[in-house]
Design a protein around this ligand. Structure first.
Ligand code: NAD
Length: 296
């Protein structure tokens, strides 16, 4: 493995998980965020993740050892001074990312490979600002990295394949399953499949074709899948689903009735999905998990 020192930029929900997963597998991890308050928050998140990893992997010693491998800095120059790889997990806003890559280009050592964890943007949107387009690509993790261990690896047309290979090796070394995407694709593989699937389920509801339980039941019975679209929507969170469909409605009027249902029947009533205890199903015992659900 070529990489020894990893920098994670942005230590929010995903950045802290990526940092912990990396340190848990023995790497030194430099954590960068914009100021000391954000870094204090990062320390709290990482301490919380120590307990998550200790419980999930039943290995408290290894989880405690991971905590020893972090350094923290709010100076980008300092945070990347030894980095072989930097993984960017800063907010999903184009201007913030452009400014970040412009600054990074001026302070990172020549050897550093840059990887973005962006969910919805493409590496080609930022390549020109990195100063090293051949060493820039996407490395996309899923929330709850320790168990949802996909790592979608996607270059842009100017990425040198040797760095894609190195990032794939790195992903394997931290127990991720690398999924190599051969051509730039908005939404990678997962969201290219999932978003249209969830939209199709919601469109059936909005048109009055069937209720959520019947739609989920059909999918589960016919394909053997453990969840249908509405059970998945509850896990994703109805606020996120609403954001996607409300955005779609700006240029596709067919999406507006779906957005209206999500807002009026769910968000306005505090039903935001599994996290709040209710969405399309009631938790902790949603009906789709009842063994009788598929029999009736
Ligand atoms: P978040 O809001 O939880 O964290 C963002 C972090 O970036 C914060 O710690 C913030 O202080 C920091 N930050 C803000 N401006 C910065 C700057 N200029 N430089 C450095 N750090 C800065 O966001 P998140 O959910 O962790 O998402 C981060 C990235 O990961 C996004 O690109 C998102 O698309 C992607 N992602 C998120 C998820 C998810 O489920 N949340 C899943 C996969 C990928």
């Amino acid at each position: 493995m070529n990489f020894k020192n990893i920098t994670v930029a942005g230590s929010g929900v995903l950045g802290s998980q990526i940092a912990f997963q990396t340190a848990f597998h023995g790497y030194n991890v430099s954590v960068y965020d914009i100021n000391d308050a954000a870094l204090e928050k990062a320390k709290e998140r990482l301490a919380g993740l120590k307990d998550v990893y200790a419980n999930y992997f039943k290995d408290e010693t290894k989880a405690i050892a991971a905590l020893e491998r972090f350094t923290f800095s709010s100076s980008l120059k300092e945070a990347v001074k030894d980095a072989d790889l930097i993984i960017e997990a800063i907010p999903e806003l184009v201007d913030i990312k452009i400014n970040f890559y412009k600054e990074l280009a001026t302070v990172a050592p020549e050897k550093t490979v840059f990887a973005s964890n962006s969910s919805t943007m493409l590496p080609s949107q930022f390549a020109e600002y990195t100063g090293r387009p051949e060493k820039f690509l996407a490395l996309h993790f899923a929330n709850e990295v320790w168990k949802n261990n996909t790592a979608e690896v996607m270059g842009h047309p100017g990425t040198d394949k040797q760095y894609e290979d190195q990032v794939i090796e790195f992903a394997k070394s931290i127990s991720m399953i690398p999924l190599h995407i051969l051509k730039e694709q908005p939404g990678y593989i997962l969201n290219s499949l999932l978003v249209p699937f969830l939209n199709a389920g919601q469109a059936l509801l909005a048109k009055g074709v069937a209720d959520p339980e019947t739609i989920d039941k059909t999918w589960m019975l016919a394909t053997g899948a453990p969840m249908g679209p509405f059970a998945i929507l509850d896990v994703v969170g109805i606020q996120t689903a609403y954001n996607i469909v409300a955005n779609e409605a700006k240029h596709n009027p067919n999406a507006q009735p779906i957005a209206d249902i999500l807002k009026t029947d769910f968000l306005d009533k505090g039903k935001t999905g599994k996290e709040s205890g209710e969405g399309f199903y009631k938790y902790p015992n949603p009906s789709y998990l009842d063994p009788e659900f598929l029999k009736a």
